[in-house]
Write a protein that binds this ligand. Structure first.
Ligand code: URA
Length: 213
């Protein structure tokens, strides 16, 4: 069911003309990964290589992302990788607020609802801003927060580690903590989605009396 929804959203993204970014793209980049992934990673938007191939994080940032995932004991095939905007902004400029609003409402938030992951890893300030507005990535990176029943883990964008090598130990340390964060999130997520247990009979409240509940 959610796999079909993810496929349908991907088709919609590939033919999307909802904002001006559509005019400049080679390929839209819907995102990819299993529809039942426990972790969704959200980058900013496609770059040059992603725009050419229609796949997320296939350039230099993607190579580093693969390395970071393996430090967390994960492979790319274990996670769903998406972006805030699905089309490349011209010359890699920042996505504009109206582009972010249009694209996330139309696609990203529906992808998240379909996958329903216990953990979302935001990569960089644009995806962090969707869940933790007003925060500074330098202050809160690696610190999970519960938002809407999920753990949001704000991480630096891999490109920040490529451009400023002093960031690399920080982002590596944050990824190495992901397995423990996932274990905590899965427990909390299961509790949040478990309906309350029906009342059980006790000596002073026999079963018949419970029927009124
Ligand atoms: N950077 C991003 O934010 N997303 C990609 O898909 C590639 C690079």
């Amino acid at each position: 069911m959610s796999a079909e929804t993810i496929q349908r959203i991907a088709q919609e993204v590939r033919s999307c003309t909802l904002c001006g970014l559509a005019a400049g793209r080679t390929c839209a980049v819907p995102g990819e990964g299993p529809a039942d992934a426990k972790i969704v990673l959200i980058g900013e938007g496609p770059g040059y290589h992603e725009d050419r191939q229609g796949r997320p994080f296939v350039g230099a940032s993607g190579q580093l992302l693969d390395d970071l995932l393996s430090m967390a004991g994960l492979a790319r095939a274990d996670v769903f990788i998406a972006n805030v905007v699905k089309c490349r902004p011209p010359n890699n400029r920042d996505p504009q607020p109206d582009e972010v609003a249009t694209c996330t409402e139309a696609y990203l938030f529906r992808q998240i609802a379909a996958i329903d992951p216990p953990v979302i890893v935001t990569l960089g300030r644009f995806s962090m801003g969707l869940f933790l507005p007003g925060e500074r990535i330098t202050r809160i990176h690696g610190q999970p927060r519960t938002v809407g029943g999920r753990l949001i883990v704000p991480m630096m964008h891999p490109a920040a580690a490529l451009h400023q090598p002093q960031n690399r130990p920080l982002i590596e340390a944050d990824f190495r903590r992901l397995p423990a964060i996932l274990a905590r999130a899965e427990a909390e997520h299961a509790v949040a989605r478990t309906p309350p247990a029906p009342p059980t009979p006790t000596a002073d409240r026999p079963l018949e009396q419970l029927s009124m509940f």
